[in-house]
Design a binder for this molecule. Sequence first.
Ligand code: IMP
Ligand code: MG
Length: 173
Amino acid sequence: MTKKIDVLIDREKIDARIAELAKRIENDFPGDEEFVVVGVLKGAFIFMSDLVRHIARPLACDFLRVSSYERDKSTGVVRMEFDMTQPIAGKHVLLVEDIVDTGRTLKALLGHMKGKKPASLKVASLLYKEVGSGMRPYVDYIGFEVPDDFVVGYGLDSEGLYRSLPYIGVVKA
Ligand code: IMP
Ligand code: MG
C-alpha cells in the first residue's frame, strides 16, 4: 500500500551535509593507516555509499547486519544476522548507521566491535532521534537530529519499503 509521506529533509540538504561530514572524517582519519568503513545493513547502505565517495583516501568497506525491528516497532532484542568479513584488529574503524533511536542497536554494536580490538572506533549516523537515548556522546558524526516521528527514505524503511526515496520523509498515519 502506498502511504502518504511528508518531506522532512530534502536531497540537496542531505548531499551538502554528507559532503561536510566526509571532510571532517578525512581530517580525523589521516595518514596511511588501515581504515575500514563498516555499514550496518540494511538501513545504512545509501548513506554509506554517498559518504565513502566523498572521502578522498584509500579505505576498505565492510558490512554487518543486525535486526531488532518488526513491523516498525523495536523488539528490544538486537540480533546479529551476519558479521564483517575481515578482521578489524589494529585498524581504524568507522561504523556507519542510518539512525540512532533508543540506542540499543548502537550499544550492542559498540560492545561487539570493541571486542575485536580496533585501533580506533568512531560512529557516523545519518540521523539521530532527539528522544534522550543518551547515546549522543557515542556518535561522532551526526547528519541531522530528528524529532520522534517514524522516518523513511535514504535507506530507512517502513516494513521493507521506501528505502529508495531520495529524501527523508515522515510517514503520515
Ligand atoms: P535503536 O536500536 O532503537 O536505536 O534503533 C536502531 C534501528 O532501528 C535503526 O538502525 C533503524 O534500522 C531502526 N529505526 C529506528 N527508528 C526508525 C525510524 O524512524 N524509521 C525507520 N527505521 C528506524
Ligand atoms: Mg538500521
